[in-house]
Design a protein around this ligand. Sequence first.
Ligand code: SF4
Length: 472
Amino acid sequence: MKITSNAFRANSRGALQDRNLQDALGNLKRGFQEKRRKAKARLPEFEELQDHAVAIKEHSLDHLDFYLERFEKEVTARGGKVHWCRDGAEARATILKLCKDVNAKRVVKAKSMIAEEIAINDYLEANGIEPCETDLGEYIIQLRHEPPSHIIGPAIHLKREQVADTFREQHSEFPDARKLDAARDLVDEARHIMRPRFLSADVGISGANLLVAETGSVVLLSNEGNIDLSRALPKTHIVVASIEKIVPTLSDANVILRLLSRSATGQEAAAYMSFLTGPRGADETDGPEAFHVLLLDNGRSDLLKGEFERILHCIRCGACLNHCPVYGVTGGHAYGAVYTGPMGAVLTPLLEGLEHAAPLPEASTFCGRCEEVCPMRIPLVGLLRNLRVRLLKKKPDGLATRRRLGVWLFFATRPSLYHGVARLLLRLAAPFGRGGALSVGPRAGGWGRRFPVQGGPTFQEMWRQREKAKRP
Ligand code: SF4
């Protein structure tokens, strides 16, 4: 997927004017942020767990080859098969072959960002196999032919009324006059559509939250129960996982799981926590007859031991998206990529090439909220800054921008002068711009600072007054 600076800016401008999107993103702030804050407060050892989780990831990546091979050995010992895939093309071809081997006509899919990364749905469809999404959010966006806009809430950009309209358009088998006002109505209708699909599917495909080397288990979290149905009902199950999901032991997985749901949705644990360990055993009543795990690299091993290795610690909780002021107003589609928000702004250029994703490292105010809430303590701001440095080395700024930066540097390195000039400019501009904004800063590449012009005291003055008033 190629994205250009112009497209990103145009997408962002469109997003800012989209009333429905802005309302939907408002829910994001009210919901996820508050729930995460409360969940963290309820767990006194949260920060201790973070340190432990970072150490587990560091150790796992330092010995990645060893633990992946151990994982393969355990999966094989339990009757499953591991397939090593260098890139998306190899992963797509492997999945298609596995589907053709069982003459599959229909596949049920649980939510998987890796499946999005390799664009498996389009590929299966082009080869005569029907991919059916079973996660409600993924199902909605599949009906609308849209990509996911959030790593844990693919349809978070939509309001309930928009989903109801989509169902009315697409579900012609239901009466026009039916009630679709409440979330419950929508869930019931989607469930009615999905049930027969689970029963008639030949293959189930899922992603993986974690891979456990010591048992060969694939760990998956969900709140809808669709993962277990996708795994248990079709005769063949295929897991698509990226290599950095490996952890050595079940107890290591437990440390990360305790952070994951709390950081993602503010739950202590997801409603369903599935450990898939091989195909159905002789003494088991359900499960697939064949169990395959695809281990996808797709550029990740190039990041090992380098300045961007820390992004491989990401557990896809979505907290950085939920707290990012840029994501909070543009939503995910503006990024034009599978991975969005701060983690996507780092990962996408690394996986797809900086030249295909140049605007994304710029899509940050560097306020640092993302890394403050990241359960894996990933230094997102530093990684974004390193990407900007790389960009600058590839394409140095023109003379005009360098001159503007020079003026900016002159003032920015003299705080008293900077504040004095800013105060003066704001006062001078006040009679002309009440209710408007004044652009201050280099505006290099379109990113500058805009301060509201209000005529009263500046922010610094207000802060000083408040501090003074607090003193006894
Ligand atoms: S970068 Fe951190 S906060 Fe963002 S999705 Fe990954 S683990 Fe979660």
